[in-house]
Ligand binder design. Structure first.
Ligand SMILES: Cc1cc2nc3c(=O)[nH]c(=O)nc-3n(C[C@H](O)[C@H](O)[C@H](O)COP(=O)(O)OP(=O)(O)OC[C@H]3O[C@@H](n4cnc5c(N)ncnc54)[C@H](O)[C@@H]3O)c2cc1C
Length: 479
């Protein structure tokens, strides 16, 4: 049975992988000349990789970890010490750490918080505990009900002061969805926090050992093609063609470089394209349907990724760093964190600029200059004096619409993988699954789509699929 999948991001590729396991023949059609969507990366003229985004994997990503195991590439994840490191803007160039001891959850998280005295006073720790602990105890149902509030509103209701928000949650909110606590839905932060507090290694982080395109997406392509499937790049879906009954007749594919458009037919069709693309691609007859109308409630959030190569080492920290800068979100010295980018002499910083709405239309040069000004605060000793660090080269990747913007009330607009159209399914981290807009969410959505397709087919052996569904209140999120 042929399944045509538009989009070779992690959701489309995961869907194809699990479909081949179930005996289907997937044909993945990717519009760009690169695999991976939001994890895509390119090699520059020097052979250096630059990426769409700085990506971190968590211990609480069961479906991603299982996928890597199934592909035989789990050793490509480089696990870091169980710690979270924040810059201290009031003391430029210094860090504050939350070190998780080797204790069962939630004790390890509680000890990590209690031992940190730079960012939280005892008064703030007590305030936070009073606000968060009942929320965690009330379980996922309660967490889900908080989607009506921004995280700032929710904190206020719990009596948690502005200072705590400033200290920790701006950094956390920006890293999870590239927006601030006064915009982000409380459900995102509470979901991530409960997962981190309930699983011993939930917040332990890993970096891939090279570019996601080469080290993560290519093995998926190899797996699918070895089993008779196909992954075609430079294959943009132009239009979804319908039968008279509203089911899909075929994918009209745009011919590139002067070649003619063509029609790709299959037994089943999947959109693993971003929600913003799916909205404009909706065939007219489907626009009347409530299920598809709800997609209008979702929209990708802008974000910018920078990679900067320097003439020397700026830090030896081998971990993700929370900048606590108004301009930047998380960053890492990838020459330390990633085997494939290792360099003992020179730093390569990868930084996420968020919120990016005021910067997305600016030139790369403007974005670079404002980022360099921030770096002077993060690494004061390296950018002052007679011999400041020199920037050797840089890349800026702007994504005007990335993962869905998780403002309050979005959960009700996230669609299931199954649609009212019998031979058409959705996949993507924006579709309903408990890991929000993350790599884990994308991989799980692909798996759920494969399962939904199999469930609709009599001969499918869906027991082949092992879903790693989270325990209640143990969901993951984007970084
Ligand atoms: C800067 C940044 C940092 C991030 N950091 C993290 C992190 O640390 N940890 C984490 O877990 N997650 C992180 N994420 C989120 C994660 O990358 C995404 O949730 C995930 O990759 C989304 O995968 P997807 O397959 O759902 O969608 P996408 O990756 O958007 O894939 C959609 C695919 O559809 C293709 N497509 C579009 N139009 C067409 C068409 N007409 N025809 C055919 N194909 C089409 C696109 O080119 C793309 O390949 C980050 C994202 C960004 C942008």
């Amino acid at each position: 049975m042929r399944v045509a999948i538009a989009g070779a991001g992690l959701a489309g590729l995961s869907c194809a992988k699990y479909l081949t396991d179930l005996g289907y023949t997937p044909i993945v059609l990717e519009s760009r000349d690169v695999l991976g969507g939001l994890v895509a990366a390119w090699q520059d003229a020097d052979g250096d990789w630059y990426e769409t985004g700085l990506h971190v994997f968590f211990g609480a990503y069961p479906n991603m970890l299982q996928l890597l195991k199934e592909l035989g590439i789990e050793d490509r994840l480089q696990w870091k010490k169980h710690t979270m490191i924040f810059n201290q803007p009031e003391k430029p160039g210094t860090y504050s750490r939350f070190d998780f001891p080797n204790l069962p959850a939630p004790l390890n998280g509680i000890v990590a918080i209690l031992r940190n005295n730079d960012m939280l006073s005892w008064r703030e720790k007590i305030e936070l505990a009073k606000g968060l602990v009942p929320a965690m105890l009330r379980g996922q149902k309660y967490v889900d009900s908080t989607d009506q509030y921004t995280f700032s509103q929710w904190l206020k209701q719990q009596g948690v002061s502005e200072d705590v928000q400033q200290d920790i949650f701006i950094a956390a909110s920006k890293s999870l969805n590239f927006i601030n606590p006064d915009e982000i839905s409380a459900v995102v932060l509470l979901t991530a926090l409960s997962r981190f507090l309930q699983q011993k290694d939930g917040s332990k982080m890993a970096f891939l050992d090279g570019s996601p395109t080469e080290r993560l997406c290519q093995p998926l392509v190899d797996y699918v093609t070895e089993k008779g499937g196909e992954v075609r790049i430079n294959a943009p879906l132009k239009e979804i063609l319908l039968n008279e009954d509203g089911t899909v007749k075929g994918f009209l594919m745009q011919g590139l470089n002067g070649s003619a458009d063509y029609i790709e037919t299959a037994d089943v069709y999947v959109s693993a394209m971003p929600v913003d693309v799916m909205k404009v691609m909706l065939p007219n007859p489907w626009k009347e349907n409530d299920f598809f109308q709800k997609l209008e409630g979702l929209e990708g959030v802008p974000v910018i990724n920078l990679q900067l190569w320097f003439d020397r080492k700026l830090t030896d920290i081998d971990q993700l760093l929370f900048s606590r800068s108004p301009l930047l979100s998380v960053y890492a010295d990838m020459s330390n964190t990633c085997r494939g980018y290792a360099n003992p002499e020179r730093s390569m910083l990868e930084l996420v600029l968020a919120p990016a709405k005021d910067w997305i239309a600016k030139s790369d040069e403007e974005i670079l200059q404002v980022t360099l000004a921030e770096l002077q605060k993060l690494f004061p000793s390296h950018f002052s004096g007679d011999n400041p660090a020199k920037l050797l080269k840089y890349h800026v990747v702007k994504t005007p619409r990335s993962v869905y913007k998780a403002t309050p009330g979005r959960q009700q607009y996230r669609p299931s993988q199954q649609t009212p159209i019998s031979n058409f399914f959705l996949s993507g981290s924006y579709t309903m699954q408990p890991y929000l807009g993350s790599m884990e969410g994308a991989v799980l959505s692909g798996k759920l789509t494969a399962q939904a397709i199999a469930e609709g087919r009599l001969v499918a052996n869906s027991s082949n699929l092992q879903m790693q569904t989270p325990q209640p209140a143990t969901n993951a999120a984007t970084v």
